[in-house]
Design a protein around this ligand. Sequence first.
Ligand SMILES: NC(=O)c1ccc[n+]([C@@H]2O[C@H](COP(=O)([O-])OP(=O)(O)OC[C@H]3O[C@@H](n4cnc5c(N)ncnc54)[C@H](OP(=O)(O)O)[C@@H]3O)[C@@H](O)[C@H]2O)c1
Length: 429
Amino acid sequence: MKNINIGLLGLGTIGTGVAEVLLSKAGKLTGQIGIPLTLQRILVRDANKQRSIELEPHILTNHAEDVINDPEVNIIIEVIGGEHPALEYIKQAIRNGKHVVTANKEVIAKHGYELLSLARKHDVGLRYEASVGGGIPLISPFQQDLAANDISAIYAILNGTTNYILTQMSQEGLDFASALKRAQELGYAEANPTNDIEGIDAAYKLAILSGLAFHTNVNPGNIYREGISRLQANDFRYAKEFGYAIKLLAIAKRDSEAIELRAHPVFIPENSQLAKVDDVYNAIQVEGNLTGKLIFYGQGAGALPTSSAIMADVLAIARNIYHGRSNASKIELEQKLKIKPMADLKIHYYFRLTVIDRPGVLSKISTVLGNNSIGISSVIQKESNSKSQTAVLVIMTHIAEEKAVQRALQEIKGLKVVKEVSNFIRVEE
Ligand SMILES: NC(=O)c1ccc[n+]([C@@H]2O[C@H](COP(=O)([O-])OP(=O)(O)OC[C@H]3O[C@@H](n4cnc5c(N)ncnc54)[C@H](OP(=O)(O)O)[C@@H]3O)[C@@H](O)[C@H]2O)c1
């Protein structure tokens, strides 16, 4: 074997970063593995588009089979994104005996188990370090360095776009729409930001991490999720008054019977390390029985950080090829773990209510909460509006059960003295 040939699917933000690393660091990479890595073919949608990188003209193609079926290609890097046709291309590449490296969280979250089984059957490698946390090493630490631990919890900021929006709302007092617009102007949010702001992206990444942490196959559709668009600037002000920050957290916890999986906005203590993770940064807190608490922090997106993760996978595969070792990974799944229903969650809550500004209102609300076994830990009345004769009531609760809270909120909505249940947010202590 004279070289290891790479086929690249996609030459967008990440594909261009990877191609630049492969071309500009060719000598260094050869030194590391003992054999040159050659960029053989690149799949794009539009082969005539102007590119920011100089390439041999024959290298680009808009026919997937030119790359996937090329008998000389050893490793396929998939960075076109989305579920289809990326899934079909990865499957075809594996069936053709090619090793695959992907940054595609959607494909891995939804089809990872099936693809890993297929890769094992064909004795090829399938690696996906870049699918979670961009440049932050996570998949490999979960698979190797933390393998002796029983992991009990993951609390993670996995989406840079929403973390940027929440930082703007908290620090600049912007409303959601203005913060989103700013994120779009800076290229942090896509024109269609649904996957980010609705917590879908965070749920895909949590499915991948929790699957590795708990040795189980997590379907992202089973992860409870809520987005950030119903947060308002005043929620951030009130959070601060109570000593909290608001973050979109992806949370996975395990007890002896079941796992809890959710991605939604939460209040977290403002002096916690996750509360200090601002802008587009990601942070992943893991609790292992041997390590105790660990935090991984860094850039969760961007061409260069993500290329670093992709190249780590490519180099690991290339070294194995060069030394004649198998790249097929073992799949260790425990028995199927039960997912705890959201209704059984027990946690503190924050409520923001708009009420008629007159005596006796609080006692009516407290009665409903008391009837549902929900204790109030503090309550403040804010922002009376003399014109509409309303006031904002902010309530923090003791630990309560989610189903009782949902029931109580319905009852509170029905009270004549309540204009609106303006928001409710879970509180992680
Ligand atoms: N962007 C990040 O910071 C980041 C971070 C971590 C992981 N990722 C993941 O990396 C992957 C790529 O993201 P990206 O930001 O680089 O995307 P992107 O900029 O939109 O690039 C996509 C590339 O794939 C090509 N492509 C798309 N659909 C195709 C199809 N059906 N057939 C052939 N070519 C097709 C496009 O071709 P044309 O150039 O001809 O349009 C383009 O070159 C995604 O899975 C993403 O989730 C991205």
